[in-house]
Design a protein around this ligand. Structure first.
Ligand SMILES: O=C(O)C(=O)C[C@]1(C(=O)O)C=C[C@@H](O)C=C1
Length: 364
């Protein structure tokens, strides 16, 4: 390509950027107007709801449907995700608590779902995220709920039994783990590998093959593992990109997870009910009396009404020895007539039934 051609293309890009800039500003002014209308139409004592997950899902889906490339749908939606995040911050800066410390996959999930214009607050434990939301110190919380390799995150499920929370969104993140070392690490004398127990489990086969005799130490998070390695010469950490960047560690081996499709699903928790979008999921907790056929009775209404179950998990109920609760996710919104009737049927058989929330299926 000649210098001339390059120059002309850059002139074109400058002129397009000016248009993009003007359009983004116009959109942001529109969002400010939306905030004004929301405030003006409040009933007495009503609090304004600026964050609207159902609308955000609709905006992102529309972008993906209309996108003609060359940028991929996900890439394009990510750009719009950030634009919307900044527009919302003009209306109301959202406060979001997540399972920290900084650099965790949960932080990455929070950014993927809400964008980078939120005020984010790392918490030391899953239960603390729940408490922070319950206390009203933040608008939303983000917690991991299941991993495709290792299964349920039990701390999260158990926290739902103790707190009254509404699930208002989900996000899935592809989890890539790396073996990370610090500047001072003697890579041929590694005697300890730190990581979160779930991550150690997700890399079990790789560790067995490459570091069979090295001690595996479970710590509270991957970011905590990365932090520890920085000051030690004989240890390594298993963590992701964010933690590697944050603590300035180098990748001794990349993508060491045993399953290439290793993904984690995260939930957004708050107190806000989300209206239907037409493509939603609902999460419920049900406890049944301990008798033969109870689980069968619970599942029959879903089958008979053609409702797609996406997950079922069992946990001890904490209110009696050998009694259990079922966590069930299914397609649909609790306001859909069909779902409503299924929930009514189940509640007739169940000891207790609680709808944790209906929320748009993850778009990104
Ligand atoms: O449509 C709204 O209710 C808005 O506030 C606008 C907007 C947007 O930027 O498109 C911003 C924040 C909401 O979470 C959803 C959408």
């Amino acid at each position: 390509m000649s210098e001339q051609e390059l120059k002309a293309l850059r002139v074109r890009i400058d002129s397009l950027d000016e248009k993009v800039l003007e359009l983004i500003s116009e959109r942001a002014r529109c969002a400010q107007e939306v905030a004004r209308v929301k405030m003006a139409t409040l009933a007495e004592g009503e609090v304004p709801v600026f964050y609207r997950p159902e609308r955000e899902a609709q905006v992102l889906k529309r972008v993906m449907e209309r996108n003609k490339g060359p940028l991929g749908n996900e890439e394009m939606a990510r750009l719009f995700r950030e634009i919307m995040s900044s527009c919302l911050a003009l209306e109301q800066p959202l406060k979001v608590a997540y399972l920290g410390p900084e650099g965790t996959f949960t932080q990455a999930a929070a950014m993927k779902h809400f964008g980078h214009a939120v005020i984010s607050k790392p918490m030391a434990a899953i239960d603390e995220v729940f408490r922070e939301v319950a206390a009203g110190a933040v608008n939303f919380g983000v917690v991991p709920v299941e991993n495709s390799t290792e299964g349920a995150v039990n701390h999260t499920l158990d926290s739902f039994l103790e707190h009254d929370m509404v699930i208002c969104g989900e996000v899935e993140l592809r989890i890539h783990h790396h073996l990370l070392v610090g500047e001072n690490t003697k890579t041929d004398s590694i005697s300890r590998i730190y990581s979160h127990a779930q991550s150690l489990a997700q890399c079990r086969k790789w560790l067995d093959a490459h570091y069979p005799n090295v001690e595996r130490v479970a710590v509270s998070s991957n970011a905590e593992a990365a932090k520890r390695v920085k000051g030690e010469w004989n240890s390594a950490a298993i963590a992701g990109d964010m933690a590697a960047g944050l603590y300035g560690l180098t990748r001794l081996a990349e993508k060491i997870e045993d399953r290439p499709d290793n993904s984690t699903r995260f939930l957004m928790i708050g107190s806000q009910e989300v209206p239907p979008t037409g493509d939603d999921k609902t999460s419920i907790i049900v406890s049944m009396s301990n008798r033969p056929g109870a689980l069968h009775e619970l599942l029959v209404p879903f089958h008979e009404n053609g409702i797609d179950l996406t997950r079922i998990e069992t946990r001890p109920s904490r209110s009696g020895k050998w009694t259990y609760v079922f966590f069930i996710d299914f397609a649909g919104h609790h306001r859909d007539p069909l779902v409503k009737s299924v929930l009514e049927q189940i509640s007739q058989e169940a000891v207790a039934l609680k709808v944790l929330g209906s929320y748009p299926k993850a778009v990104l």
